[in-house]
Design a protein around this ligand. Structure first.
Ligand SMILES: [Mg+2]
Length: 87
């Protein structure tokens, strides 16, 4: 299973729940999570990886900075985690 399969599944699940998903890239900065997920009752950022693949150190540093500023950032490497975070 590739990262793209899990990302496509995430997009499909969020749309089925009536939410919005955006692909994300910072300007002049690396490490942005892959997606911003917006649901009627919550919003969060998602870094998608192929199963068992870790985030890069620079991505983890950015996630930490974001979490320190009240952002919710999930690392997602399976369909099961997609289901859990979208509940
Ligand atoms: Mg990714």
């Amino acid at each position: 299973m590739r990262e793209r399969d899990i990302e496509n599944y995430l997009v499909k699940r969020v749309k089925a729940l009536g939410g919005e998903v955006r692909k994300v890239n910072w300007v002049n900065r690396r490490g942005a999570p892959d997606r911003l997920v917006m649901l009627p009752d919550k919003a969060f950022w998602v870094e998608v990886k192929a199963p068992g693949v870790e985030a890069e150190p620079h991505q983890l540093r950015e996630h930490t900075r974001m979490r320190e500023m009240a952002q919710v950032v999930y690392l997602v490497d399976s369909y099961e985690i997609v289901e859990r975070i979208c509940e």
